[in-house]
Design a protein around this ligand. Structure first.
Ligand SMILES: [Zn+2]
Length: 186
C-alpha cells in the first residue's frame, strides 16, 4: 500500500540542525570553528546538518515532478518511502494534473528555491547550513591560533576572510549556496 504524495509527507523524515548528527571527524572541525566564532562574538544560527536520504528523495522528486515536467509514473521507488507520486482519478485513470499539484504543494511546504540533489554532503553528515553575522570588526582565532581581524564586508558567511578562517578548520564554504559549508566545499 502506498500513500499519495502531498504536503503531509514533508514533516516525515525530519532533518537535524544538531552538530551531534555530523560525522565525528567533521563535527570536531565544525565545533572548533563555532567555538571561535562564539568567542569572537559572532552570531551563528544553524538551520541544517544531517538530512536523511528519505527526505532528500522526497525533496528531489517533488521538485522534478512539479518544476521539471518529470512523469510521476517514472519516479524510481525508494525503500521505506511508500509514496505514490502518480495520483489516480476515481476511475483509476492516471491523473497527471493532480500529481503535479500535490508535488507543487510539497515544493512549497519544503520552501524549496533550487533543485535539491538526491545525494548531498547533508545526507552524508558532512555539511552544515548556518547563517553567520557580526558587527564592527570580527577578531577571531583561526585553527593555527593566529588572531585574524576581519574588517571587510560583507559581515556574513560569504566574507572571503571568514571563508579563509573556516578553511583553516577544514570547514569549507560552497560560495554558490549562502548558508552551506562542508568538509570539501560540495
Ligand atoms: Zn547545505
Amino acid at each position: 500500500m502506498s500513500e499519495p504524495s502531498g504536503p503531509q509527507w514533508c514533516s516525515r523524515f525530519p532533518g537535524s540542525a544538531a552538530t551531534a548528527d555530523l560525522t565525528p571527524d567533521f563535527r570536531d572541525r565544525v565545533e572548533a570553528f563555532l567555538s571561535q566564532l562564539k568567542h569572537a562574538g559572532a552570531s551563528v544560527s544553524i538551520s541544517a546538518t544531517y538530512r536523511p536520504p528519505e527526505r532528500a528523495y522526497l525533496m528531489h522528486w517533488c521538485w522534478m515532478i512539479a518544476r521539471e515536467g518529470v512523469d510521476p509514473a517514472g519516479v524510481p521507488p525508494m525503500q521505506g518511502v511508500a509514496i505514490a507520486w502518480l495520483h489516480k482519478s476515481s476511475s483509476s485513470a492516471p491523473d497527471i494534473a493532480a500529481s503535479r499539484s500535490a508535488a507543487a504543494q510539497m515544493v512549497s511546504t519544503y520552501d524549496l528555491r533550487f533543485e535539491p540533489s538526491l545525494t548531498s554532503r547533508h545526507t552524508q553528515r558532512r555539511a552544515i547550513d548556518m547563517t553567520i553575522g557580526w558587527s564592527g570588526t570580527l577578531t577571531i582565532r583561526d585553527f593555527n591560533a593566529e588572531l585574524r581581524k576581519i574588517a571587510s564586508l560583507p559581515r556574513d558567511g560569504s566574507n572571503a576572510e571568514l571563508i579563509d578562517v573556516g578553511a583553516s578548520f577544514g570547514v569549507i564554504k560552497l560560495v554558490s549556496d549562502p548558508p552551506h559549508w562542508s568538509d570539501d566545499g560540495h
